[in-house]
Every structure is written in structure tokens, then in C-alpha cells.
Design a protein around this ligand. Structure first.
Ligand code: RFL
Ligand code: PHB
Length: 389
């Protein structure tokens, strides 16, 4: 099989890249390890920056998002019972869109199907070859049969545990990592959200977040120790702990119900440099991981796709290589700024087991500054709604 761009990974990054390339007349083959149903069963991000919203529209995958997504002009922050609001319009002149990653992925599959795109699911033993030469290729096994895909470029969109990043030689690769000493326990429930806007809650017992997917579907998170297992958290215990961490008046109106999904994700910050080696380009979680506190993971995947799609379209249709030479530096400049924001918000809002009263004092001072300073709130709004691509 031959194509122009082989895309490893059919998550949001791989599908969006494939869609934008196909619309510009560039041929792709998406190579995904799991089944379509499996990919669509993942419950992950919920907040889209405005740049991501516009990119999905540009990819002709934004119609349902525009109908069903919920525009949010602000979010709430609490510290115990003290609550204040970050106004996104006032601070940054734009809102965010609450629309789940699962739905984004579903819409991208539908858009790819409409274009007749090639997406190979259930691919095993995926391996990348001759990435530093003129004629790279990908080998894999599918339904017991070996397959070879020859291409001009390879896009590594295969997430943190994929095969693309390790294909960059260790002598070239630099990795930067911070692992946080806790995880987030997330629950999806068929209950009305407790608040019209997301609530980011700092509390002495640990962080909590009240989010949503629709007027009848809520998503809640609480900070838990890394040693905890999902089985340690039956629904009753989860709801009781969430209520303790939210402001009392909010907790009093929280509607609880059975968890439809419950999972624990560890928190980490990770960056790999460079994001390009030869004819391989890393994109999304394959190159970087942020803690979910700033809601940046999916949005960073989208901004990488923006830069990479432009670069590959110029290379494949006009022979213009300037964009692919610029890609790594251009994407990383934005990645590090989103890293910084996600780290800052994580440090501000969580209970760290090794924090002394001094560090708790620093958190309280920063929250008090945010509460009282329109400039501080505007800076948060600018980052939360997304720095320009
Ligand atoms: P994905 O979504 O991980 O997709 C990668 C795809 O590659 C496939 N794959 C392979 N395919 C072929 N060969 C191989 N060897 C392969 N290895 C892997 C995988 O099956 C998968 O389909 O990466 P992508 O596309 O870069 O998208 C990034 C986002 O998914 C990610 O940044 C966010 O979901 C991060 N994230 C969250 N972000 C938020 O903004 N808010 C959240 O609440 C939030 N929750 C989460 C998250 C990530 C999680 N992970 C990765 C464990 C919760 C979880 C549990
Ligand atoms: C979510 O709804 O899953 C969500 C929202 C905001 C975050 C993280 C996760 O910061």
C-alpha cells in the first residue's frame, strides 16, 4: 500500500490531521491499534479552546459541536466556601466550548467516512522504518496478515504509549518530565450538572472539579492518592468526598446518581524535544502530556495538528519544505506555554503531601490575588481560553 502521509494513531490528533490533509487533496492512511468502538469508549477531555472550535469547523467536523456544545463565558474557583469567578469574555474576549472528546472523535470519524478516508483499525506490531531516509515505510500485522505502507512522511499521533516517540534515537531525543504525587478519580453520571459553569475547587482535603458533558450528563473529579484503586471508591464514598470539597451551598444542591464510568488517571507533565526527526513528526500526546487541570491536552493536540497540517500540505502539494523545517520549534513554543499554565494551575489547586505551611500560604496568597486582581484573572482567562496558534 502506498500513500503520501502515514498517520500512526486514530485518536483526535490523527483523525483531525487526516481530515485536514484529505480536504487539501493530500492522501493519508490512518493506522490505529484498537477498534473504532474501543476508541469511542474513552471518556477524556471536555473543554475546547476557541482555536480548537475553529479548527474543527475548518475540518468540516463542527456542525454537531455547534448545535450541541455549550458555550462557557467563565468558570468558578473556590477555596472552601469562598467562591469567585473568572470571566473569560472580560479577560480574553472569547469563551470556551464544553463538548466531550468522545463526541469530537465520533464527529471526526463521520467526517472521515464522508470523504472515504482509509482508517485501518486493529493494527498490531506497528513499526516505523527508514525515517531518516527518502522513502520511509510502516509495517504492521492486521487480522493475521502482514502489511507494508510506503509513504513520504509519517505523523506519530499514537499517544504517550505509542511507538513513534521511541523511534527517535535516544541520542537525539530530550525528555522533560514532572510526575505529581496524586491522580484524579473521574466519575461520569447521568445527572444534571450542579452548576452552569465549571467549578475548580481547592480544599484542605484535596482538589475537586465539577464539570459536565450536557444538561443531563455530569463529569466530576476528585484528587486521590496514587495508591488508591477504583474499587476503593464505591459511588457513595465518591459523592460524600466530592461534597466535602465543594462549597457548602453547591454541595447541598448536588444531584447524585450511579457512576456510568469511573477511572483514575495519574497526573504528569512531559515534553519530548524535538517533535520532528527526519520524515517523522510527533503530534499530540505522543510528544507531550499535561496534567488535566488546565484542560489543555486535547487542545494542544489540535494546535500541533494546525501547524503540522499546514506544513505537510505545503510540502506535499507545492514542494515547499519551510513549514516542515519550522514545525518542531513552532509547535514546542506553544507546548511549553500550555505546560507552564497547566503546571501553575495544578500547583495552585492541589493538596501536596509534602507541602509545608509556607507552600499552603503561597497557594492562598495566589488565590487571593486572583480573587482581587482583574489583571491576574485576565491572565488566567487568556491562558485558559487558549493562546493564539
Ligand atoms: P490519544 O487520544 O491517546 O490517541 C492516540 C491513539 O493512538 C493509538 N495507538 C496506536 N496506534 C497504532 N499503533 C500503536 N502502536 C499505537 N499506540 C497507540 C491509540 O489507541 C489511540 O487511539 O492521543 P491524541 O490523539 O494525541 O489526543 C490527545 C488527547 O487524547 C489527550 O491529550 C487528552 O485526552 C488528555 N486527557 C485530558 N485532557 C483534557 O484536556 N481534559 C481531560 O479531562 C483529560 N482527561 C486525558 C484525560 C488523558 C487520559 N489518558 C491518556 C490516560 C484522561 C485520561 C485517562
Ligand atoms: C472534563 O470535563 O473532563 C474536564 C474539564 C476541565 C478540566 C479537566 C477535565 O480542566
Amino acid at each position: 500500500m502506498r500513500t503520501q502521509v502515514a498517520i500512526i494513531g486514530g485518536g483526535p490528533a490523527g483523525l483531525l490531521l487526516s481530515q485536514l490533509l484529505n480536504l487539501a487533496g493530500v492522501e493519508t492512511v490512518v493506522i490505529e491499534r484498537k477498534s473504532r468502538d474501543y476508541v469511542l469508549s474513552r471518556i477524556r477531555a471536555g473543554v475546547l479552546e476557541w482555536g480548537t472550535v475553529e479548527l474543527l469547523r475548518q475540518a468540516r467536523a463542527g456542525d454537531r459541536m455547534d448545535r450541541e456544545g455549550i458555550l462557557h463565558g467563565g468558570c468558578l474557583m473556590s477555596d472552601g466556601d469562598r467562591v469567585f469567578r473568572i470571566d473569560f469574555h472580560q479577560g480574553a474576549g472569547r469563551p470556551v466550548m464544553v463538548y466531550g472528546q468522545t463526541e469530537v472523535t465520533r464527529d471526526l470519524y463521520a467526517a472521515q467516512d464522508a470523504l472515504g478516508a482509509t482508517i485501518l483499525h486493529e493494527c498490531e506490531d506497528v513499526a516505523l522504518h527508514d525515517l531518516d531516509g527518502e522513502a520511509p515505510f510502516v509495517t504492521l500485522t492486521r487480522h493475521g496478515q502482514p502489511l507494508r505502507v510506503d509513504c513520504a512522511y509519517v505523523a506519530g499521533c499514537d499517544g504517550f504509549h505509542g511507538v513513534s516517540r521511541p523511534a527517535i534515537p535516544a541520542s537525539v531525543r530530550r525528555e522533560f518530565e514532572k510526575v505529581y504525587p496524586f491522580g484524579w478519580l473521574g466519575v461520569l453520571s447521568a445527572t444534571p450538572p450542579v452548576s452552569d459553569e465549571l467549578i475548580y475547587a481547592r480544599h484542605d482535603r484535596g482538589f475537586a472539579l465539577a464539570s459536565m458533558r450536557s444538561p443531563v450528563l455530569s463529569r466530576y473529579y476528585i484528587q486521590v492518592p496514587l495508591t488508591d484503586r477504583v474499587e476503593d471508591w464505591p459511588d457513595d464514598r465518591f459523592w460524600a468526598e466530592l461534597k466535602r470539597r465543594l462549597p457548602a451551598d453547591v454541595a447541598a444542591r448536588l444531584v447524585t446518581g450511579p457512576a456510568i464510568e469511573k477511572s483514575i488517571a495519574p497526573l504528569r507533565s512531559f515534553v519530548c524535544e524535538p517533535m520532528r526527526w527526519g520524515r517523522l513528526f510527533l503530534c499530540g500526546d505522543a510528544a507531550h502530556i499535561v496534567p488535566p487541570t488546565g484542560a489543555k491536552g486535547l487542545n494542544l493536540a489540535a494546535s500541533d495538528v494546525h501547524y503540522l497540517s499546514r506544513a505537510l500540505i505545503a510540502a506535499c502539494t507545492r514542494g515547499d519544505l519551510a513549514g516542515i523545517d519550522r514545525y518542531s520549534a513552532e509547535a514546542l513554543a506553544r507546548v511549553w506555554k500550555a505546560m507552564r499554565f497547566s503546571w501553575q494551575l495544578t500547583m495552585l489547586l492541589h493538596r501536596f503531601p509534602d507541602h509545608s505551611p509556607y507552600e499552603r500560604g503561597m497557594q492562598e496568597a495566589e488565590l487571593d490575588w486572583l480573587r482581587n486582581s482583574p489583571i491576574a484573572r485576565a491572565a488566567l482567562a487568556e491562558n485558559y481560553t487558549g493562546l493564539p496558534f
